[in-house]
Design a protein around this ligand. Structure first.
Ligand code: AMP
Length: 589
């Protein structure tokens, strides 16, 4: 016996369940379906996307509405058009064997007249986005005065997106006597307020931490200097050649900018945010679904409801303002039984927020290092070798072989392999060979400095005893040295002395300024720190010319501002992660 039969579902749905291949009810289904079928109650269910929540409210709703009447009895409100369409499709599948039951989707960006026509023909269930639903109510194109069931799906998202007023207005057109079913991934205060205001003694169920959706997601964080965020993003992408990802930024502006930079650097990327027209957004989503876009840079609002199943990585370019939103971001990956990785790029000052996120997701983060240039080169090289190994031979090449053989006949197999790989690989190698370590060592683990020759560490003979903490010492140093805030880092304050770092290119200037530097008459002594061989690294920098090194990752050191990517030099001559641009061109052909 299929376990769904024990939940009290009717023949038609069980047949559909069978056809869809659902074998075991998910936790939220097991908990919610019997309650909703047997009682006329309100419910608050804490469940995320991917837990099977659509069926948890969809099955009972389909069972309960009277399919022989054409009156609209069920309304599901969802935050986005994508989710709205997704729910509608699911419901149509569930009710496949109830031919008289009609579910109509109501959402912006499509003809309102067509939607009104469909409703007029009879729609027992409407699935709507808040804005368009309001619009239809105002134009009297829909009548929900006999509504019996109202589902608020992803309630937290809807409130995040500022739909409170719309929901309020829509609900005011529904009868008092109805059941309200609220589904939400999290329970922020606003959702609790809605529950209190519009619901009567709701039954509460939670499936939070047993959610298989999130179990499939591992969480990682990377600590970098703020100005290295973009370089770090590129490295994460380059270290994962088959990446298919959503990158979250906090603002529309950042979203646009990061996407533009990635495109300019040769990645298959695009932006998705609210300033794009519906048409533009549809095009972006279409390209993303078709895998023409590997890196979709999105705002939280625009990315809501993205129902693409194979996303390998979610990258938090910045953490969200509302920490709760992290759940929605990471939920974009690890769907439908797949595994996924959610990565967070943080600056040192944000590391503490990781703890808050861990509390919310009830999972631990792994602290990882941004891969070095060498690691990336290795990954790319082996990826290339694998690709070549797997490539299907195109027989049309046959005709050209004699001529090609003639060109290459003097080389041995080993030489040919080396040459072939060099053609493909030199870009990456040239780009990364002088790349610096992007990991910010000042993330609370003061002993883990990498001495990669890029940065010089200094000793200074003032410390806590002199009334400084790390922030005030950093201020003193940046003022004395006339450097930016980010140029003085890893300030490690001890009792009577301290350590700090600057880019190796500043070493000469630092030593010069502190040659004769006094505070209230006291001579301040600064030396290149001798521990862990840093001195050697620093000296070598002077001769070896690490100057302008930061540029290798696409940043100009001047003013600390990002370069406008004019000219190949600024991009390290490779279009940021050399192979990608080529690969793109190849696939465009
Ligand atoms: P949802 O959380 O409603 O977005 O559902 C996530 C996906 O899981 C959808 O593609 C559903 O069709 C599928 N699904 C829902 N319930 C089950 C189940 N009991 N067994 C297998 N797949 C399911």
């Amino acid at each position: 016996m299929n376990k769904f039969e024990t939940l009290g579902l009717g023949e038609a749905i069980l047949k559909a369940v069978n056809e869809m291949g659902f074998e075991t009810p998910s936790e939220v289904q097991e908990k919610a379906i019997p309650i909703l079928l047997n009682e006329d109650t309100d419910i608050v269910a804490l469940a995320q996307t991917g837990t099977g929540k659509t069926a948890a409210f969809g099955f009972p709703l389909i069972e309960k509405v009277d399919a022989s009447s054409k009156i609209t009895q069920g309304l599901i409100i969802a935050p986005t058009r994508e989710l709205c369409l997704q729910i509608t499709n699911e419901l149509k599948n569930y009710s496949k064997f109830i031919p008289s039951l009609h579910t109509v989707a109501v959402y912006g960006g499509a003809s309102i007249t067509d939607q009104a026509k469909q409703i007029k023909r009879g729609a027992q269930i409407i699935v709507a986005t808040p804005g368009r639903m309001q619009d239809m109510i105002n134009r009297k194109l829909v009548n929900i005065s006999s509504l019996k069931y109202c589902v608020l799906d992803e309630a937290d998202e809807m409130l995040n997106m500022g739909f409170y007023e719309d929901i309020n207005a829509i609900l005011s057109h529904t009868p008092e006597e109805k059941s309200t079913w609220l589904f939400s991934a999290t329970m922020p205060r606003e959702v609790a307020t809605i529950a209190k205001r519009f619901m009567k003694n709701p039954v509460e169920i939670t499936v939070g931490h047993k959610n298989t959706g999130t179990k499939n997601v591992s969480h990682e964080y990377y600590v970098v200097n703020s100005r290295d965020r973009y370089s770090a993003l590129k490295r994460l992408a380059d270290a994962n050649p088959d990446i298919f990802s959503v990158i979250f930024c906090r603002t529309k502006r950042d979203t646009q900018k990061v996407a533009e930079n990635l495109i300019e650097d040769g990645y298959n990327a695009a932006a998705l945010h609210g300033d794009l027209s519906q048409n533009q957004r549809d095009l972006v989503m279409k390209s993303f679904r078709n895998r023409q876009i590997q890196m979709l840079v999105a705002t939280d609002v625009a990315a809501r409801g993205i129902d693409v199943n194979d996303i390998t990585h979610v990258i938090n370019y910045q953490l969200p303002d509302e920490i709760e939103t992290y759940t929605h971001r990471s939920g974009r990956t690890g769907r439908a039984g797949k595994v996924g990785v959610s990565m967070v790029i943080v600056s040192k000052s944000e590391v503490r927020k990781i703890k808050s996120v861990e509390r919310i997701i009830k999972q631990e983060f792994e602290k990882k290092n941004i891969p070095s240039g060498e690691e990336i080169c290795q990954v790319q090289l082996f990826h290339l070798a694998n690709d070549i190994g797997k490539a299907e031979i195109n027989d049309d090449i046959e005709n050209y072989l004699p001529a090609i053989n003639e060109v290459l006949e003097s080389f041995s197999k080993e030489e040919l392999i080396k040459k072939f790989f060099s053609v493909e690989f030199s870009r990456f190698h040239n780009y990364y060979k002088k790349s610096k370590d992007l990991n910010s060592p000042s993330d609370g683990r003061s002993d883990s400095y990498d001495n990669n020759g890029n940065s010089t560490r200094y000793f200074i003979n003032i410390g806590e005893k002199d009334g400084y903490d790390w922030m005030s010492l950093k201020d003193l140093l940046k003022d004395a040295l006339d450097l930016g805030r980010d140029d003085v880092n890893r300030v490690d304050i001890k009792d009577s002395f301290s350590f700090f770092n600057t880019d190796a290119s500043h070493q000469e200037k630092v030593l010069e300024i502190f040659e004769d530097f006094r505070i209230e008459g006291r001579k301040i002594n600064v030396e290149v720190s001798k521990d862990s061989g840093r001195r050697k690294g620093g000296r070598r920098d002077q001769k070896g010319g690490f100057k302008g090194k930061r540029r290798s990752d696409g940043f100009k050191p001047k003013d600390g501002k990002r370069s406008s990517y004019k000219g190949r030099e600024d991009r390290g001559g490779s279009g940021g992660g050399g192979g990608r641009r080529d690969r793109k061109r190849r696939s465009d052909r």
